[in-house]
Write a protein that binds this ligand. Sequence first.
Ligand code: GAL
Length: 676
Amino acid sequence: MSHPPFSPGRLLFGGDYNPEQWPREVWLEDIELMKRARVNTVTIGVFSWAMLEPREGEFDAAWLDDIIALLTDAGIGFFLATPTASPPPWFTSAHPDALPLRADGTPVLHGSRDTYAISAPAYRDAARRVARFLGERYGTHTGLRGWHIHNEYGTIDHGPHAARAFRQWLEHKYGTLENLNGAWYTAFWSQRYGSWDEVLPPRQTQYLHNPAHAVDFKRFCSDEMLAAYREQVDEIRSTGSSAPVTTNFMLPTWNHLEQWAWSDAQDFVSVDHYLDTAGPDGETHVAYGSDLTRSWADGPWVLMEQNATGIRVGNGTLVKEPDRMIRNSIGYIARGSQSSLFFQWRAGAGGSEVWHGAMVPHVGADSRGFEAIVRLGEILERIGEVAEPPADGRVFEAEIGIVWHAEGWWSLETPHLPNDALDYADEVRATHRSFWRAGLPVDFVRPGGDVQRYRLLVVPALYAMNVDTAAWLEAYVAGGGHVVVSFFTGVADPSQRVIPGGYPGMLRDLLGVRVEEIRPLADDEQIELSDGLRGELWSERVHLDGAEATAIYAAGPLSGSPAITRRAYGAGTATYVSTRLTQEARDALLAGLASGLGIRPTVEGAIELGVEAIRRRGAASDYLFLLHHGSAPVRVEGRGVDLVTAAANVFALEPGGVAVIREDAAEWRITAAASA
Ligand code: GAL
């Protein structure tokens, strides 16, 4: 961990508060309702640029002073956002060059939000100016819990400013055009660059983009946005403010940032998490988002936004039932969140997100939604002690690691792969889901990270890899670790150049296989394996070269050839899976491997009864969180006190319910209530 664990001394409860939408009498009601719900933290200022700086260089913060005073008098702290995600119309009019261009050259005009070209000097100057203004005015305010820089960095520009900055970035990376031409394989299709000025962002072109170019542009955009973020942090620090700094990441679909590097640049890591299904799999999604963010943070983190009442799926917003909202909120905390914060406090009466869920719905406080918020506030107060992290900052223990890198995603977005239906996020999430379904805690790991504590490491679809990552995996296995590598991992180098001589070139030795041929499957096709497992999307003609086959293809042109292999390597083993296992097959394989290594669920038998059991480490104790997603009551027995109900040692947990147990011992038994 590059910084001390984020420890605000309580669980933060509240959300985005946008008083600029309302007259002052509503603010007074807001404060009363916040007190009723025990809200202790709001995020203010996100998207407030037009009110804060109504004309270029002219600031008006009287309204912000007023609202901050009201909050502070009520004992409510605040995260202060810099409003730079949404430049006002005066900015566009004065600096039309600072608007982003889409890849097809269309300018993106104001009228929504996030209309800025990240590399435009006028934008960067304006962003620094407003950050400095806020730093000077509020940087040492006692109610300030932290800085929320910008909002969800991720607007991509393909315009002239981006072109200039991209060239500089490339020149810094490659030194010479010759190196760039080599890395980008520009000999193909006559793409050779004779001067830096010829290089463009990957704008609209006739046919397929060059993959090395596309991935370098993704890297550049992440670095460029990070530089803009750092400039704002520097401005704020130079005003003497030492409050911790974050910017909110966005899950599940935002993939513009290299999160490991970004996490290192923040005092605490925060995320906005929106469920993408109203079905039971939403529970695994909460765990997935939490485990990723905790891993990026390498410790406790902050849930900056979730939806209080709705789940946006397809064309509509489905209701997030109160029990689920509470259970999900506690689920984030179980996996290291220091907060339960929402977008937004009060449902807007207008604007583009008028139908978005809120802590106070349109109908007002007399609603199921707000009642649930009040209930959550009570629970958070009762379980508040969990927010105190242990001295080493490690709030969570896992013996399983899943390797994650944004570049894996970027690579698989390049066009014309053997099967373009292969999706990095799906692969990683399916892997995580398998462990969730087995009740096994996992972390995510950066390539090259510290993996000593993991007994099992899974590498899903990390297509491009450098030699250091390959050596890191080899060292891990040689030292006694067990790795599972999926198809299409280590096939190419970071320039997306395939290593010739048999796939996966970077890992042939470790895995003891040589793949001769990739054989994608048709959309509706499945392939059978000898052990009853099934694959989809992908298959390969694999030759053994030191490994043994643990499953073979059972039918079709690959019949009899290895499908899953295993090689003893040093003191550990390396398993290779050459097809995309169906979810059920993946569950069986990964749970079987974990159990073979003696990795046990947090509470034996709990998940089978629909109870997700998670242990969070704290300063005074460990806490066992139980989230009951199932449909029949269970009986819980052990030694400890449920902070939610004050019940001790033996109690019933109803469907939909939660328990947060301060543990006296780590042994628990969960059985169906009827059999008790
Ligand atoms: C977030 C964003 C919020 C709001 C929310 C709606 O991504 O930060 O401002 O738009 O989505 O779900």
